[in-house]
Write a new protein. Structure first.
Length: 193
């Protein structure tokens, strides 16, 4: 299958699935990645040099970890010090607990940024359920049930919000992405590119 046919098929499949408009880009990226992984032709396969366009294609079709690495300007090996790809939740925070703040509220803020920012930069979703953040806070022993929701709500400088209570979701904004880059650099001891 040639690249034009693969692109046409990806567009057709998104249209047939009646994906909501806000999710078209994500659905297209995922379908295209799947088609490219099973198709005979890949972008740039007839060239020996890598162009900027090829790099963009690699980010769009790469693994969750490679997408985070590319968007944060860090090596994938460094991202693996903080995240593990796969499992039933798609992306897990695996940073050493000693790299996080010791207090529950400051650590909850760091974990919130790592969870939501990672999932969103990795292309898993546009909005992250607060439940995903809570699960990770529990795992790290940083969950404070009485103050969790309030702590996450205090992060309006890095998140947009929708929903409330058990249905609250967060979306990382540009300030949040930059904060995530700095946090990842601190945790891994690396400089972003």
């Amino acid at each position: 299958m040639d690249i034009e046919a693969i692109l046409r098929e990806a567009v057709r499949l998104v249209d047939c699935a009646e994906v909501p408009g806000s999710l078209h880009e994500i659905a297209f990226d995922r379908i295209l990645a799947k088609l490219l992984s099973t198709g005979e032709v890949r972008p740039g396969s007839d060239r020996t040099t890598t162009t900027e366009e090829d790099k963009v294609d690699q980010v769009k079709t790469g693994s969750v970890l490679s997408q985070i690495a590319a968007k944060c300007g860090l090596a994938v090996e460094k991202i693996k010090e903080v995240y593990d790809e796969g499992g039933e939740r798609g992306l897990e925070v695996v940073a050493p607990v000693g790299k996080l703040e010791s207090g529950k509220a400051p650590a909850t803020k760091q974990i919130s940024l790592l969870v939501a920012g990672g999932r969103q930069l990795g292309g898993l979703e546009e909005w992250t359920d607060a439940k995903e953040i809570r699960i990770t806070c529990e795992h790290y022993g940083k969950y404070d049930s009485a103050n969790f929701a309030g702590t996450v709500r205090q992060m309006q400088d890095v998140f947009s919000y929708k929903g409330s209570g058990q249905r609250r979701q967060v979306r990382t904004n540009l300030v949040g992405v930059n904060s995530l880059k700095m946090l990842l650099s601190e945790i891994t001891g690396s400089q972003t590119m």
